[in-house]
Design a protein around this ligand. Structure first.
Ligand SMILES: NC(=O)c1ccc[n+]([C@@H]2O[C@H](COP(=O)([O-])OP(=O)(O)OC[C@H]3O[C@@H](n4cnc5c(N)ncnc54)[C@H](O)[C@@H]3O)[C@@H](O)[C@H]2O)c1
Length: 330
């Protein structure tokens, strides 16, 4: 099976380690193994026999013009998360091209990151660090607060999504109550994850930590509203490893500046240099690091390799992107 690495220069060596690249070359014919960053600039000879594209971040969009030059194309194996920037409507319309992604593999480090911060938030780690830095004093009284700690605390997850479900599964091993709000997941599905299905209002009002795991689609933009944030109890923490557009940032900023809430913010639209969020000790602010980084890219590469193996053997892929859900995926 002839495959083309349609991705920017240098990316194959980041997504796959040397052993994985060698296995890829055993499974399919990748020619020289040199990536093709621009399909429009590729020669007819390079494209004519291609049956599979292995794509990644910054890969060229597979549009109608590119499709017309690859009449034998049957599969697009994306080594990263969302395929919306790579797979055009023309691919879906053609109907006979299997598209798979490594979104499941990318969910793993995001869920790990969220879990770590949820547990630290249960200890009110950010607020207590901030106070200690400010006065260098131990406050024994603070430790007596019954709302503090990870024994019987309440964690609210917005979205029984891939990542939300993984976080819920991780949380099973702790002595915490898990509330989940998701209009698309049934109470049975949420119970199976170890959570309890609730309406957003109950989740915000009862949780010690609210962690956001919904996709960025038109219906979710601004869903973390001023009204819902106001329901969170004093001293509780909001965690965003999802997308910035889902949150009313002005409302959240006010709650954080007042010191009423703490937050863990991994995703941002451009924040001005003088945004107070940069300076708040009760806000953990990271540059979009929850998703795959460093060696975690090889987990996505491994998922893609397994898809290549299956497709080359004529087997169905494990993680096909459902055409009916395009645009709904995160
Ligand atoms: N920080 C990072 O590095 C990073 C990495 C990967 C993904 N993400 C983000 O994490 C979030 C979750 O990703 P995913 O792959 O788990 O998403 P996903 O594609 O699995 O999400 C779809 C699911 O979200 C749920 N959902 C939809 N609308 C909802 C609503 N209004 N309220 C609650 N739930 C709703 C539904 O269960 C739906 O099936 C996304 O915003 C994604 O962009 C961030």
């Amino acid at each position: 099976m002839k495959a083309l690495l349609a991705m920017p220069e240098g990316l194959p060596g980041r997504m796959f380690d040397a052993a994985q690249l060698a296995r890829l070359a055993e499974l399919v014919d990748i020619g020289s193994g040199h990536p093709v960053p621009d399909l429009a600039a590729a020669s007819d000879q390079e494209l004519a026999d291609v049956e599979m594209l292995v794509t990644g971040w910054g890969a060229p969009r597979v549009d109608a013009a590119a499709l017309a030059r690859m009449p034998r194309l049957r599969a697009i194996v994306h080594t990263a998360g969302t395929v919306r920037f790579v797979v055009s409507e023309a691919v879906w319309e053609q109907g006979d091209i299997v598209v798979t992604s490594s979104t499941e593999a990318n969910a793993v480090p995001v869920a790990e990151f969220a879990l770590a911060h949820i547990l630290l938030a249960g200890k009110r780690s950010l607020a207590r660090q901030a106070r200690y830095r400010a006065d260098h004093a131990v406050h024994p009284g603070a430790a007596a607060d019954p709302g503090l700690g990870n024994y019987g605390g309440v964690v609210g997850l917005i979205g029984a999504s891939r990542i939300g479900a993984l976080v819920a599964e991780h949380l099973r091993r702790f002595d915490l109550e898990v509330l989940i709000t998701d209009p698309f997941a049934s109470a049975e599905q949420i119970t199976a994850l170890g959570g309890q299905k609730v309406e957003p209002e109950e989740l915000y009002a009862r949780s010690d930590v609210v962690s956001l795991h919904a996709p960025d689609v038109p219906s979710t933009r601004g869903m973390v509203s001023r009204r819902l944030l106001a329901l969170m109890r004093d001293g509780t923490t909001f965690v965003n490893t999802a997308r910035p557009a889902l949150v009313d940032l002005d409302a959240l900023r006010e709650e954080l500046v007042s010191g009423r809430l703490a937050a863990v913010l991994d995703v941002h639209d451009d924040l001005a240099d003088d945004d107070p969020l940069w300076r708040l000790a009760t806000v953990s602010i990271t540059p979009h690091i929850a998703g795959s980084q460093g060696n975690e890219l090889h987990r996505m590469g491994e998922h893609a390799l397994e898809e290549v193996r299956r497709l080359a053997a004529g087997d169905p892929p494990r993680f096909p992107v459902d055409p009916a859900r395009r645009g709904m995926e995160a």
